[in-house]
Write a protein that binds this ligand. Structure first.
Ligand code: TPP
Length: 373
């Protein structure tokens, strides 16, 4: 396995001074090391990361590096093919892609297709790439080749990173504000307040995993919840589609700050459509907690003002467990679209499991629940 420090120095020696991305569980040890070294720009989404890198190259003439999980590969296809491509602006960027769903590894359903087709996708896009070796000498050669290719033909070069390529590194991080509530405690209060006919769409990562386990704990069944296990950032639009069709049923989206920032344009469409039955809960922990805890812009921006500016009728914010109960009562009886921002600290149970129902079972149960008026 590669030490994050070794790989970082390898890139530094090649003149890479600018690294950014969207965090990934497989790359978290390298990403965290780079972050602690001062590369602390986390992009809204992967396409944004590539575009920032392109801007940096235009301004500096140097080669930047971006990192992402292959779930986010779709988000970079547009700027890959229409901005940095050799037939367009021909901009060299080293792109490190965490290879979830690797054919030799067991992984969650949402990672299977991206993993299985990853190399084919790179070939279809005619991108030069290498599968990063965990051996130092081989990795060094691969980096030499990548830079030779990019220096001769200025265009992107991809490094696919299989599981267990990097050794562990413990993230120091930046100090972020500490609230008393944890996400799971907030979710527990929420599901106890909501009615039996209420519909939930929950976001990607630990939110959906915790929701699943809380339903087990309370013996609620899982039919009320659509778990957005992949498609990060799209939970609120799934919920919007449901709310517009099921106007008589309350629809709740439980979002994360990283996910909301990833596709913030979603708020504009919700605010413009103004579904009365749509209630948006944002669990803001200021971090991409599910994949290592790298900070988001979540604690530095005013989500309430953004939602209000987009046309949400009302917004609320809570910071402590005591006021969450009362605010939830008010939230539930407020006409939508309405946003409740719950400030939380990071942290999840070590023994947190994963949904034991498949996405298709989740869909069937959920559709049956939606069809019952
Ligand atoms: C398009 C895409 N990019 C990256 C990921 C990897 N990923 C999964 S969960 C997550 C963090 C989500 O952060 P947030 O919404 O703030 O929720 P938290 O984990 O903090 O509860 C990331 C980056 C992904 N699944 N999809």
């Amino acid at each position: 396995m590669l030490k994050p420090a070794f790989f970082y120095e390898l890139l530094e020696r090649k003149g890479v001074e600018f690294m950014l991305g969207v965090p990934d569980s497989l790359l978290k040890h390298f990403g965290s090391f780079a972050f602690d070294k001062g590369n602390d720009l986390i992009a809204a989404n992967e396409g944004g990361a590539l575009a920032i890198a392109a801007g940096y190259h235009l301004a500096s003439g140097k080669i930047p590096m971006i990192y992402l999980q292959n779930s986010g590969f779709g988000n970079i296809v547009n700027p890959l093919t229409s901005l940095v491509d050799e037939e367009v602006y021909s901009i060299p960027v080293l792109i490190m892609v965490g290879w979830r769903g690797h054919p030799d590894a067991q992984d969650e359903p949402q990672h299977i297709k991206p993993g299985k087709t990853q190399e084919e996708q790179l070939k279809a896009l005619q991108l030069p790439y290498a599968i990063l070796s965990g051996d130092e000498a081989l990795a060094q050669k691969q980096i030499d080749t990548a830079f030779e290719v990019m220096n001769t033909n200025p265009a992107p070069y991809v490094l696919l990173v299989p599981p267990k390529t990097f050794e562990e590194y413990s993230f120091e991080g930046k100090e972020i504000a500490s609230y008393s509530l944890k996400r799971e405690e907030a979710l527990e209060q929420i599901i106890q307040k909501l009615g039996e006919k209420d519909i939930i769409v929950s976001t990607t990562g630990k939110t959906s995993r915790e929701l699943f386990e809380l339903r087990e704990k309370y013996g609620h069944g899982h039919q009320r919840d659509f778990l957005t296990v992949g498609s990060m950032g799209h939970a609120s639009q799934i919920a919007l589609g449901i709310a517009m069709e099921k106007k008589g049923r309350p629809v709740y989206c439980i979002d994360g700050d990283g996910a909301m920032i990833m596709h913030m344009g979603a708020l504009a469409i919700i605010g413009d459509q103004k579904p009365k039955n749509f209630r948006h809960i944002l669990v803001n922990n200021g971090a991409h907690e599910s994949v290592g805890g790298q900070p988001t812009a979540g604690f530095n921006i005013d989500f309430r003002k953004i939602a209000e500016g987009c046309g949400y009728k009302k917004t609320m914010r809570v910071e402590d467990p005591e006021s969450l109960g009362k605010t939830l009562d008010e939230f539930i009886s407020t006409e939508g679209p309405v946003l409740l921002e719950i400030m939380t600290r990071t942290g999840a149970r070590k023994d947190l499991g994963r949904p034991t129902l498949s996405p298709q079972e989740n869909k069937q149960n959920f559709m049956k629940f939606l069809s019952e008026e």
